[in-house]
Design a protein around this ligand. Structure first.
Ligand code: K1U
Ligand code: ZN
Length: 173
């Protein structure tokens, strides 16, 4: 398994709609392994393939953060939201592609998602709580959307300027 560098906003690949995965191959299995390792190392609770420059519809997540919850690494290929609740919830989101910036985002409190697993089977599950927030955040990445796109333009611009500065400083070393 290999740690992959995570792209930092602004980057055109983070604004691009990713392509569906045709079939589950060894390359896809390796990519999923690398993404889980990269996510746990960051640390994060989710990661979408475009965040490491791979423009395919694959995401990984493990939002089991309660003390009594055991780790549950999940790999979702070609995920689609098939149902959203009327009820909404607000969560202070972060993003590994927008380090150290957090903002409240309102989303459906529960969602049903269908996806292809690494076993080649179709899976479906209803998510709530942090899992629901996380899976929606990651599917947004597959559609070229970032959590800051939900914020008012002034706040979004302020965060983007901070990220441009951060990237310049990191490039200087
Ligand atoms: O997609 C990403 O950039 C990962 C992101 C996912 C996410 C966080 C919060 C709300 C929705 C989606 C992160 O994992 S940011 C890091 C983070 O939230 C976290 C890290 C360690 C422990 C707990 C949370
Ligand atoms: Zn993110």
């Amino acid at each position: 398994m290999t740690l992959r560098p995570i792209l930092i906003h602004p980057d055109p690949r983070l604004k691009t709609v990713a392509d569906p995965v045709d079939s589950i191959t060894d390359e896809i299995r390796r990519l999923a392994d690398d993404m889980l390792e990269t996510m746990y190392d960051a640390p994060g609770i989710g990661l979408a393939a475009p965040q490491i420059g791979q423009m395919c519809r694959l995401l990984v997540m493990d939002a089991a953060k309660e003390e009594d919850e055991s780790a549950r690494p999940m790999v979702l290929v070609n995920p689609t939201v098939t149902w959203t609740s009327e009820a909404r919830s607000v969560y202070e989101e972060g993003c590994l592609s927008i380090p150290e910036q957090f903002a409240e985002v309102e989303r459906p409190a529960e969602v049903e998602v269908q996806w292809l697993g690494l076993d080649g089977e179709t899976h479906a599950e209803r998510f709530d709580g942090l899992w629901a927030t996380c899976v929606q955040h990651e599917i947004d990445h597959l559609d070229g959307k970032l959590f800051i796109d939900y914020l008012k333009p002034m706040k979004r611009q302020m965060i983007t300027r901070k990220m441009v500065k951060l990237k310049r400083e990191r490039a200087r070393g």
